[in-house]
Design a protein around this ligand. Structure first.
Ligand code: MGP
Length: 291
């Protein structure tokens, strides 16, 4: 069956699956250098039912590069345990009390952990059972973060980082926001935003992405990509290059805008990057990067 996903989303979804498959095949530890592993395809295929061949009774899942956790908050969840949420199929699960959670106390109080997943199939299972952003109440947010990282500036993985974001006026984007959010999630779980180069060292040997967020506000939507690190304001270095590549991928491949397109207008912003330190200062004298 032909896919109905547009090229960028399809590419991201395929990348998620390919990453999963290449991980599964990375079992060649005991081969001699240059030796090629022989696989008995018939033996392997026997008994394997993927989600593509049997959507109900599949017995093989495609693991993602990392496990991810979905978090959620909305006016309805503030200050209490949520009996009913837009993610009704997945009751709230307790938030582990880590030092990061303690540091972000207050901010994390209203954010509920929904579920973690580590395979392509579980992602689609979750996606098919949650309310899309266009139908969430005002002030709600979905946060999809790598497992073990909480959606707070205070987390060790976020505290030196920043975010790419775009603000989209609600009236013009009601029909697009669900797809934009889906493609953002696919690019994140498929590690398309910042595929780590083989020769990177130190902090740059890890993917820069920690999570993605969609926020519903009275007059606009905001989609954000959080990164582990933020470039120093004036330095033209490898980190800045990688951060800018994330922004360009987000703008062009995920959101579908042309390279030079200018997007700012009433209630709309460009695709712009701000460090969390500058966000904390509410953007005063902040140096934004724009792609
Ligand atoms: P927001 O919801 O990210 O911004 O942060 P928005 O949508 O512009 O504002 P809103 O008022 O319409 O929701 C709102 C406020 O929450 C910030 O100004 C901070 O005071 C606080 N806040 C946001 N984040 C992401 C954090 C965080 O990670 N940690 C802590 N401690 N506070 C945060």
């Amino acid at each position: 069956m032909a896919s109905t996903l547009p090229p960028a989303a399809l590419q991201a979804s395929r990348a998620a699956i390919n990453a999963a498959l290449s991980d599964q095949n990375r079992n060649s530890d005991d081969l001699e250098p240059g030796e090629i592993q022989e696989i008995d395809m018939d033996e392997q295929a026997e008994g394997i039912r993927t989600v593509f061949s049997d959507p109900k009774n599949f017995n093989v899942k495609h693991p993602l590069c990392s496990p991810w956790t979905l978090w959620f908050d909305s006016p309805a969840t503030k200050g209490r345990n949520l009996p009913q949420t837009p993610v009704t199929a997945f009751p709230q699960t307790p938030v582990p009390q880590t030092p990061s959670v303690a540091a972000a106390q207050g901010w994390m109080e209203d954010i509920k952990r929904v579920i973690s997943f580590d395979s392509v199939e579980e992602f689609w299972g979750l996606y098919n059972n949650i309310v899309p952003p266009s139908q969430l109440p005002q002030k709600a947010n979905y946060y999809l973060f790598k497992e073990g990282i909480i959606p707070a500036w205070e987390d060790e993985a976020n505290k030196y980082g920043g975010k790419w974001s775009i603000q989209l006026p609600k009236d013009k984007n009601r029909a697009n926001v669900d797809k934009m959010w889906l493609y953002t999630m696919l690019a994140a779980i498929g590690e398309m935003f910042d595929p780590t180069p083989d020769n990177a060292e130190g902090p740059l040997s890890q993917s820069l992405i920690t999570g993605v967020i969609v926020s519903i506000r009275p007059q606009f939507y905001r989609i954000s990509i959080w990164t582990r690190l933020a470039p120093a304001p004036t330095e033209e270095d490898r980190l800045r290059e990688r951060i800018e590549t994330v922004g360009r991928y987000f703008k062009m491949n995920v959101l579908g805008y042309a390279e030079g397109a200018r997007l700012a207008g009433p209630l709309a912003t460009e695709v712009e990057f701000l460090s969390h330190k500058d966000s904390e200062k509410k953007g005063k004298s902040a140096k934004k990067i724009v792609v």
